[in-house]
Every structure is written in C-alpha cells, then in structure tokens.
Design a protein around this ligand. Sequence first.
Ligand SMILES: [Zn+2]
Length: 290
Amino acid sequence: MISALLDLIRSARHCVAFTGAGVSALSGLPCFRDGGGTGGSLRESGDPAAVPPEIAAELRDLVRGFFGPGDDPPWEELFSLDFFEREAAAFYEKAGSFIYHDKEPSLVHRALAGLENRGLVGVVITQNIDMLHQKAGSRRVIELHGAPRIHYCPRCAGIRLGYQEAAAAVRAGTMPFCPQCGRPLKPAITLYGESLPLEARREAEGEAQAADLMLVLGTSLTVRPAADLPRTVLRRGGGLVIVNRQETPLDKNAVLRFWDLETVFAGLENSLSQGAAGSGGFKNRASGQR
Ligand SMILES: [Zn+2]
C-alpha cells in the first residue's frame, strides 16, 4: 500500500497536501476549527450529522489538556469573534497556551517538508494555525485559517505586532495592546464568525484546481468551505489519498485510504530514504507549473 502511495505521488504532476486537526494532534495540539468544538463545526457545515461524535469527543479531550477541566466557555465560543470582542483578556488567558505553544513538528510535518524538498509535494494547504509546517521546513504553506504571525488593531490601520512580542505579553499574564488606541490587538487567525482570509482561500482554490493529486491528511472534511477543496480536485479529474482516523464524506472517492498518519508517513520516509540511495529517489519537476 505504501509503495502504491509513493508511486501515485511520484507520478503526480502537481501534488498538494491538505492538512487538518489530526496533523496538529500528532504534535499535541488541538485544531480549533476542525471539530474542536461541535457547535462551531455544525454551524459551519449546516449539517448536524456532519461531525461524528467520536471526533468531537477526541478533540475535546485534547482541548481539556490545554484548558483544564470544564468547558467554560465552550471551545467554539472561546474562539469566536464575539467572545474576543467582549472578553479579550479571557480569550488570551484561556487560549494563550494553544496559540503561543511550545510544540515541535511531528513526523508528518517533517515528512511533508521532505517531500517538498524532493519536488514531490508542491504546496501544503492547512487548516491549522500553529505554524508547525513552516517550523518543519515547508516553504509553500497556505494557511486557510490564518496564523498568529501578526496581530492587528481592529480599529487602527497599520498597527502590526509579531508573534514573539504577543507571546511574551501573554506569557507575562497580559495581552498585546494597540499603541494608538489602547484596544487589545487581535491575532490574525480566523475566529468563528469571521470569514476565511480571502487571499489564502483564492490561492488554495487555485492549487486545488491545478492538483492532479491531493493528500488529505488528518481532517474529517466536515468544516466548510475548507472541506470543499478536495471536491474541487475530484471535479477537475484529480485523485485523493485520504489519511484520517475517522471516516470522511469522500472516503469512497479516494484512490487510497489509510487510517494512521504516523504509520503511513514513517513508511513513506522509509521507502524514500531507500529509494534515494538508488536512482528513483528524486524526481525532477518541470518548473513554471505555477
Ligand atoms: Zn488601535
């Protein structure tokens, strides 16, 4: 099965990876918009049956690891624009350890960076906000839900604060403030009640249209509009490989279907390192595919 996957990746003209909560979870992080709270996902998809209870339960466990016992406020409320606007201090206090984490890239993050280096993966589209793909060495990353790389003032144009400065404030028990108007700065992540960053969404859609292979990794494809990207690939005649612990609505459309991310990527790494010693480890890609 792993060799079949490697063959698919090697023969693809433009292979795109699409990552979600499951990939962050390998690093010990929950993903706040991919079933992290049931309510938000239900609102997004409009389909109450769309979030399997085991996903919600599993991610809630992860979330509790971060926020302690209890559910106050619920995950999806904590990560809503409404809550941030009302209670920025509580937002930073409760969500701070998640946003300003000290986690390291997982095997999957590193393997994807390796595949990009080998010219086998063109871009990573992620629903995660943890910036771990970049930390692992991926160069082309589209962040569909933004990232706390910058913090901005909702009122004052041109105010920008970086991750480290904001993280320092939050770790010191406070939060970043606008030097002009004194309001709390907001991290550039997409909260419930906000739409996805337009530029990222457009770029991701373009990649999905150009892809003849998409690796769907650690996402249950329940949160729209992100979950529409694999459907775009299918519509354009491309193939899907799905690796996820839970079922997805597109399982029956996948060329290959795996369940365990670490097993698959350990196998891929292994095959690639063996192949690299021979002749077939690297593939020269035509440039200018973008
Ligand atoms: Zn301001």
